[in-house]
Write a protein that binds this ligand. Sequence first.
Ligand code: TXA
Ligand code: MG
Length: 330
Amino acid sequence: MKTLLFEDNDEGIAKAAEILKKGGLVAFPTETVYGLGADALRAPAVAAVYAAKGRPSDNPMIVHIADPADLAGLTEDMTGDMEKLMAAFWPGPMTMIVRRKPVVPDVTTGGLDTVGVRLPSNEVARKLIRAAGCPVAAPSANLSGRPSPTSAEHVIADLDGRIDGIIVSGSCDVGIESTVVDVTGDTPEILRPGIITPEDMEKVLGKPVKLDPALFSGPGEDFRPRAPGMKYKHYAPKAEMQIFEGEPEAVRKAVIAEKERLEAEGRKVAVRIFEEGAERNAAHELFAFLRQADEDGADNILVSALPEKGVGFSVMNRMLKSAGYNIKKV
Ligand code: TXA
Ligand code: MG
């Protein structure tokens, strides 16, 4: 199939919306990463998203809406906690897991009785959803297993010829996917960390939040994350990746030594030292760096760890998966 490229102006958005209305697939920018959209209430359209990405069918989609009032079309849930989180973080990079109404098809939720809902802050995304006139199911617009796309070029590299269209817009501000929080219980529980941290949520809620215990373990026998997508090999570059953890100076030395050793073997090495205190920047750059390393034909990727707190915890969650948990203390 020929994939059409649309500009991110009103005309381009209108054309893209027509495709969604007809049950087609369009990739579009959000503030986190590019999404691959389909009408969330039409089962065949959503099924086509799984096929285009090569995504396992038990991995549910996030449903995107344009206005807070749209939430009521997808769920009957509304609690004080939800109101507080929505007021503080919507529009923005937060997905709430709520109980679904029957109108949301099984295929959209991977058979779960809950649905993830997100109201993005990216204006192009919201205009598209409004113009389409339906909630838009959208996973990250990458081939399953690859790093999430933070530019239209990344989407083209993965999905050209597999989807109907792409809205070409700038690079994504945040760079890692939304914080996913389950609000179906008494205590909100974070299933996927993002730029909105547990501390941010606790301030707004005035009480502690939980973190899915699976966020603290690797893929062993007991690795059963509550967000199905967190269990899959993810964000993986083609190159072999290793993370170095320790005092900044020791890490720098170890990375340089390893780079020299590998290069002496004739291997091509990509290196990135992430600075402490610049976690948001690391989030913004990580996926683009991994894709660039692949494009440059790197055999190995060497990176420094970030302290696992705040946004650093969220970036490390992705880095560890990219590296297949290959982390070395120095
Ligand atoms: O920032 C984002 O959230 C991006 C942009 C496009 O909005 N979307 C995104 O979608 O990252 P995706 O499909 O790549 O990741 C969705 C994650 C998966 O880990 C999935 O398992 C989890 O959210 N999820 C979705 N619905 C869920 C549900 N009902 N219960 C538990 N986890 C759910
Ligand atoms: Mg994804």
